[in-house]
Unconditional design. Structure first.
Length: 208
């Protein structure tokens, strides 16, 4: 009796395991070239690169497997995502404008304050460049007593320290000129950005 009961339990366990395996088996749904929908636990090789829907044992869609996309489709998706992101950023910027400013005058005031800071920095840099130019002329005046700037056969070679000082001065001038050009570019960008913000703010305020 015990042996019979044990055999029955084993058989029942095997049936349950088989049913569980069948329940967990993946079922796919795909469409062929003629537009006919197919179902099965395996997808034919010719449809392997196609988008497929994954179904559970009750036939309910629980996921999808994207198909292989062409270069044109991938490019179109990328362009669409970029357009959507640009639109999102534009909406966010509009919200920031309306939440930050009450009038065009406030935008202009902030623009002028930031522009004043950049202009002050540019003036300081320009003054430093002028000082370096004076230093450059002084060093060149000293070099005139040495070869090859002095054609006299008795003229000595210039001191190494003098040449190094002139080189450092020229390098500093180039560095400061680059910094000045950067400040001017930042100033132009600042004014352009605020001009766009003012124009957009006026558009938003005219909207109902």
């Amino acid at each position: 009796m015990t042996r019979c009961l044990l055999s029955t339990c084993i058989a029942l366990t095997l049936v349950l395991l088989s049913a569980s395996a069948d329940a967990q088996k993946s079922v796919y749904k795909w469409t062929d070239a003629q537009g006919v929908t197919h179902y099965g636990d395996a997808v034919p090789p010719q449809y392997a690169d196609q988008e497929k829907t994954l179904l559970n044992a009750q036939g309910i869609a629980v996921g999808s497997i994207p198909g292989k996309r062409s270069a044109a489709e991938t490019e179109a998706d990328t362009a669409r995502h970029q357009k959507e992101e640009a639109a999102r950023l534009s909406r966010q910027h509009d919200q920031t404008l309306l939440a930050t400013y009450l009038s065009v005058t406030e935008i202009e005031a902030l623009r002028d304050r930031r522009a004043d800071i950049l202009e002050a920095q540019a003036r300081i840099t320009q003054q430093f460049i002028e000082q370096l130019r004076v230093r450059e002329r002084q060093l060149e005046q000293q070099l005139r007593g040495f070869r090859p700037y002095n054609a006299s056969a008795t003229a000595p070679q210039p001191p190494q320290a003098l040449l190094e000082t002139l080189t450092r001065t020229l390098d500093d001038m180039a560095s400061q000129q680059h910094a000045l050009d950067t400040k001017h570019a930042e100033l132009d960008t600042l004014r352009a950005q605020f001009a766009n913000d003012i124009a957009r703010f006026k558009e938003l305020k005219r909207q109902p």
